[in-house]
Design a protein around this ligand. Structure first.
Ligand code: HEC
Ligand code: HEC
Length: 300
């Protein structure tokens, strides 16, 4: 090869790397994005359950004497890219999030960016949490800060070429992360709108119930249509036409199913992570469970 061709190739490679570097760089929220807000612990607790934080941030089995309702982190979460150990969300200053600023918390939960400025793996469903009201996210933080601190050291994910994967996630965010805030539909009832918010924001129901396109981004044209399970095993059912198909008699029946799960004789509410989702929903106020059901029952 002539020297000029080698030089040209090296230049193209360098340019490609530079473009990759720029496009994969995290784009965080700034102090100006933090709303003026007085934290509301009760609201934070509701949103914490709606967000299902405990499903993934379970205490590691090595932590003796810690109840599995405490989000001390460290339990394995298996994903197609490898195993992650979602971290300690209790206010322990050394191993938890006790020393975090509000901005760091908002950036992790709503933009998928760690305090170290790295992209987080979207196994943390920030792609849904991004649509939440930041005030609600700050309330979750306030609720977490009110829990007893637990020492539970962070464990690195078992993922090959992790730093490269994190950069790759930055590139993926251009197609996979939509940060548009949720807005109400004025033609619908208050309950439907509350349900729409809970389902599409904190509840992250679409992360499993909406199939993905070739870029592993949610396929908006097939919202809630079900498909292969994103964790790699089995399928997730469609949530479209649940009443019309006779899965539930009406929205009240669906609300009862979500509140009580298979214990009350309903089926298809336990496997593939849905059991944990159902247990989290059952912690919500009755009105919120009905709101989720009203919204889901309207999906055609
Ligand atoms: C479906 C699983 C899942 C759910 C649900 C979930 N997380 Fe996570 N979370 C993760 C994973 C996995 C990571 C680590 C991602 C990584 O290392 O790239 C993480 C990381 C985090 C981090 C960053 C910690 C750090 O040290 O960088 C915070 C903060 C966090 N989650 C808060 C929450 C909150 C608050 C909720 C509920 C509203 C929540 N998570 C729900 C899986 C989940
Ligand atoms: C972690 C993935 C996951 C998430 C997140 C998730 N689901 Fe599911 N869902 C499933 C799976 C898997 C099933 C099937 C379970 C079975 O067959 O035992 C299911 C089943 C259901 C069913 C029963 C469908 C039928 O045909 O009767 C309903 C209703 C439902 N989910 C609602 C929701 C709602 C509402 C949310 C959000 C609050 C949600 N799901 C979030 C995975 C998920």
């Amino acid at each position: 090869m002539s020297r000029s061709i080698v030089l040209a190739l090296a230049l193209i490679l360098a340019l490609g790397l530079a473009v990759f570097w720029v496009l994969s760089t995290p784009r965080p929220l700034t102090v100006a994005d933090i709303p003026q807000h007085t934290p509301n612990l009760a609201n934070g607790e509701v949103l914490y359950h709606a967000g299902g934080c405990i499903s993934c941030h379970q205490p590691s089995p090595d932590l003796a004497g810690i109840e599995n309702t405490v989000p001390a982190g460290g339990a394995p979460l298996h994903t197609p890219v490898g195993t992650l150990y979602p971290m300690n969300l209790t206010p322990d200053p050394e191993t938890g999030i006790g020393k975090w600023t509000d901005l760091q918390f908002l950036n992790a939960v709503q933009r998928g960016i760690s305090p170290e400025g790295e992209n987080l793996i979207p196994a943390l469903p920030y792609t849904s949490y991004a649509h939440m009201k930041p005030e609600d996210v700050l309330d979750i933080r306030a609720y977490l800060a009110s829990l007893p601190p637990v020492k539970s050291p962070e464990r690195e994910p078992d993922i090959t070429a992790l730093p490269l994967v994190r950069r790759g996630v930055g590139l993926w965010k251009w197609v996979g992360l939509d940060t548009t805030p949720w807005t109400p539909d004025p033609s619908q009832s208050e309950s439907w709108n509350r349900g729409s918010y809970l389902v599409n924001g904190p509840g992250h129901c679409q992360e499993c119930h909406t199939p993905r396109n070739i870029f592993m981004a949610r396929n908006a044209s097939k919202a809630f249509a079900g498909g292969p399970h994103p964790e790699g095993k089995g399928r997730v059912p469609s949530l479209l036409g649940l009443i019309e198909r006779g899965r539930y008699t009406d929205a009240a029946d669906l609300a009862s199913a979500l509140a009580n799960g298979e214990a009350l004789g309903y089926d298809k509410l336990a496997s593939g992570g849905m059991g944990q989702v159902q247990r989290n929903i059952s912690q919500l106020p009755e009105g919120d469970i009905q709101a989720i059901a009203d919204y889901i029952a309207s999906l055609k």
